[in-house]
Design a protein around this ligand. Structure first.
Ligand code: GAL
Length: 355
């Protein structure tokens, strides 16, 4: 399925370069010189760093097709004020399209004003601004994924595993005692995933008892701390750990491992993202499952959209929702298919190298 997407990307890019050639203009002109400014909320976030790597690869593909693409990446390290300044710098440095991963998704006004004043379009990604803000100007777009779908899929994965193995209900009380590791407060993915995973488990007939939760800001070390505290409080009562992302699920596993708890008494762990480490943990049966957050698809959509916005060609081929939004679907990952996602990444990387 992913290969098809890449073929489609190739076809689109050929179309763009074909148009340039058809005009008798094989040299990059103003419109085929794409200078992308990428502003990230925090480059130490594993998923964001994997996503921006994919995006750079996608921009490299544009170059192979006769468009000149350069990228300047700035890391706000968690400060919206820093990001506002960085966006100004990116515009001053001549970027003709911006990709912005907001620090505070409720506070994009300064960035939007700057971009509109300089007529530089913005592709927001991963941290979704509220719809009202996106409506402020026609040059604003969003690329991401549907948070609800990821929560539902995580719930379905967990329900399947719980139904298939009665030993997960360690105390045999007919209820699954669980804890949640949440991402940042106020992040669309954290809020919706937390709600939907529990709703889905209940709708699948699983009786639940929530023992506790910890906010760990998508971060492995913070999750390890939170989990260590929760183990201290609830001892071996915890049967299920639902983490809003893979890094936090891995942090929870770190906590159990460092406390030297017997592995056969571990709860089951579920994450979301399918990062490289997350996929390996599923392959090794440390994590029972995860949900693939399609970074290749998101990176490809961002690159296509950036190219279309700068060249003025190909906008009608982009599958927008409500003319501004692009959402890539999630996929469920278990031990049965995790290896193929790891291999798939490798194949895609190799494929790109030989193009
Ligand atoms: C989520 C992802 C998290 C984290 C977050 C940052 O979509 O699952 O791991 O990267 O975005 O905004």
């Amino acid at each position: 399925m992913k290969k098809k997407k890449y073929l489609a990307a190739g076809a689109f890019l050929c179309a763009v370069s074909g148009l340039l050639c058809a005009c008798g203009n094989t040299r990059p002109d103003l419109h085929s010189r794409i200078q992308v400014g990428v502003a990230c909320y925090n480059q130490s976030d594993t998923f964001i760093s994997e996503l921006t790597d994919c995006f750079k690869e996608q921009l490299g593909l544009l170059e192979n097709q006769g468009m000149t693409a350069t990228v300047i990446l700035k890391d706000a390290a968690g400060s919206q004020r820093t990001q506002d300044d960085q966006v100004k710098e990116l515009i001053d440095e001549g970027c003709n399209v911006l990709c912005v991963n907001l620090v505070d998704r409720t506070d994009p006004s300064e960035i939007i004003d700057l971009a509109r004043d300089h007529e530089v379009p913005i592709i927001f990604f991963n941290r979704e601004p509220v719809a009202e803000d996106l409506m402020q100007w026609s040059g604003l777009y969003y690329v991401g994924a549907d948070a609800e779908q990821s929560g539902v899929m995580q719930g379905e994965l967990a329900a399947d595993v719980i139904k298939a193995d009665s030993r997960i209900d360690k105390d045999g009380d007919g209820k699954i005692q669980y804890v949640v590791l949440e991402g940042e407060a106020g992040h669309q993915d954290a809020i919706i995933r937390t709600e939907k995973v529990a709703d889905t488990l209940k709708s699948q007939g699983i009786q639940l008892e929530k023992l506790s939760y910890g906010v760990a800001n998508w971060n492995r070390a913070q999750a390890e701390n939170r989990m260590t505290q929760m183990i201290g409080q609830h001892q071996n009562r915890i049967e299920l750990v639902l983490a809003n992302n893979d890094d936090m699920a891995l942090g929870a596993i770190d906590a159990y491992t460092k406390l030297n708890i017997t592995q056969s008494t571990f709860p089951v762990f579920f994450g979301i993202d399918g990062t490289e480490e997350g996929l390996k943990a599923v392959v090794d049966s440390k994590m029972a499952g995860t949900v693939y957050n399609d970074k290749e698809g998101q990176a490809e959509a961002m690159a296509k959209l950036a190219a279309a916005l700068v060249s003025g060609e190909g906008m009608d081929e982009i599958p927008f929702e409500d003319e501004k939004f692009i959402y890539l679907p999630y996929e469920k990952i278990t031990k049965d298919n995790a290896e193929s996602f790891l291999d798939g990444r490798q194949e895609m990387t190799d494929g790109r190298k030989t193009q």
